[in-house]
Design a protein around this ligand. Structure first.
Ligand code: LLP
Length: 430
């Protein structure tokens, strides 16, 4: 679904991959209802056209400078999604040995994989060095020491990038703000300089980049501008000391639209970043997760019961906080839409809740919708990022199935877990 690049100053809108066709919610023209009927519920459904449109929007927005879009695997780490992004020239931003394995299996070239995270273990560092990934984003002095020791043992040179904590408080939920001095992430500017000097002297280490990541679900572009200025001025200072840095990595964090209306376009981010960046001979890296996949995924769930108690309406569905943790964890809002619009149902204001034994198990509070019937399907929108990847088996609930629509067809990309899967690793030991 290539669309024309903007011919003037207007920023184009990204298309919503899920739309109504008559009364039926459809994805790339396919009725969601028919997929749910085959796979059963709860099921995550993703649109490959939607994901690729967003990847291409990034690639186009930054095409005037050498760059790499490293998808933050944590947002949605399904192998089929990773493979789709790898095939279209994305890199991968990983935060664990498990994500490294997934990224390699999906076909990301090691030279396009970068490794972030405050608590990398020796095992994980070893795996990353053996795989010869592009760079390790170092988050503490002790980590740098361990990487050096590990590289010496393996007789390799470790490519290093230091994650700077720029002390910028991006305007977002406090759980997903990462670039302020009260957060555990990154290293302050003064220490950064000292650690680069140390790195430059160490035979086992090679300086590759400088990085920061200021938070998630960011909709204001100014904090990115400020963060980039800090990275570039540190780079400049080090260059004067004869320490060159090739990669400048501004992290991820661009928001998605959880309500109706357009999401921030990567072009908006490019307009903040590129004028500051252009004079440099560096390669620009970005680490978007949510903005690539959030709007291209929904969680489809079925109504089990409706009830009215003390005058309050509840719609009890078969998906719960173990399937989608965001509303319970961050009080996050996800639009909930009928999979088949009913022109007749009576309007109610109801909480849409799951079967888990916690009052916080709410997918949507006080939603105004037409009363669905039992067995009707509802779609929890904008669930492609941090949906399945944060799901759990709480209450001994098998995790949901996942399906991907591509070229007008859908296929299962993760089987629904079974009761047997839930017992694996335990049943042998009783
Ligand atoms: N790079 C690093 C180092 C990160 O820590 C993250 C996200 C990203 C990139 C990608 O950020 P994104 O573009 O997706 O905003 N579970 C939360 C979001 C946690 C984000 C953690 N770090 C949620 O559901 O809102």
């Amino acid at each position: 679904m290539e669309r024309k690049p903007p011919s003037n100053n207007r920023i184009p809108e990204l298309q919503a991959p899920f739309r109504y066709k008559g009364n039926l919610l459809a994805v790339e023209g396919l009725p969601v209802e028919s997929i749910a009927a085959r796979v059963s519920t709860p099921v995550y459904i993703y649109s490959s056209a939607g994901i690729l449109e967003r990847l291409r929007a990034y690639q186009r927005a930054f095409r005037s400078v050498p760059h790499l879009i490293c998808y933050a695997v944590k947002a949605n780490s399904n192998l089929a999604i990773l493979r789709l992004l790898a095939r279209h020239n994305a890199g991968a931003d990983i935060v664990s040995g498990g994500e490294l394995r997934r990224a390699l299996l999906a076909g990301f070239p090691p030279g396009k994989i970068i490794f972030s995270g405050v608590g990398k273990t020796e095992e994980e560092i070893k795996d990353a060095l053996r795989a010869r990934i592009r760079m390790i984003n170092v988050e503490s002095e002790e980590e740098l020491r361990l990487i050096r020791k590990t590289a010496r043992k393996l007789k390799v040179q470790a490519p290093i990038s230091i994650r700077v904590n720029p002390d910028i408080a991006a305007d977002t939920h406090h759980h997903i703000q990462t670039g302020s001095k009260t957060n555990k992430f990154g290293i302050d500017a003064a220490q950064t300089i000292r650690l680069y000097r140390e790195t430059a002297r160490a035979r086992e280490l090679r300086i590759m980049g400088i990085q920061c990541h200021i938070g998630s679900q960011i909709t204001q572009m100014r904090p990115y501008g400020k963060a980039l200025e800090i990275l570039l001025s540190l780079r400049e200072r080090l260059l004067k000391e004869g320490i060159p840095i090739e990669v400048v990595d501004i992290g991820g964090g661009l928001g998605a639209s959880y309500h109706e209306g357009p999401s921030p376009h990567p072009e908006k981010l490019a307009r903040m970043i590129l004028p500051k960046f252009r004079e440099n001979d560096a390669i620009l890296f970005l680490e978007p997760g949510r903005s690539l996949v959030a709007e291209s995924g929904i969680l489809v769930t079925r109504v089990i019961y409706r009830k009215n108690s003390h005058g309050k309406h509840f719609i009890i569905v078969d998906a719960a906080m173990n399937d989608l943790a965001r509303p319970a964890l961050y009080d996050a809002f996800h639009l909930i839409q009928p999979v088949r619009k009913s022109p007749t149902g009576r309007w109610v204001t109801a909480d849409v809740v799951g079967p888990i034994c916690e009052s916080g198990d709410i997918l949507g509070k006080a939603r105004r919708l037409r009363t669905p019937r039992q067995n009707d399907c509802l779609a929890v929108m904008t669930a492609g990022a941090y949906g399945f990847s944060m799901s759990s088996q709480y209450n001994s609930r098998p995790r949901a199935a996942e399906a991907l629509v591509e070229d007008g067809k859908w296929r299962l990309i993760r089987k629904r877990e079974t009761q047997k899967d839930l017992l694996r690793g335990e049943i042998e030991l009783i």
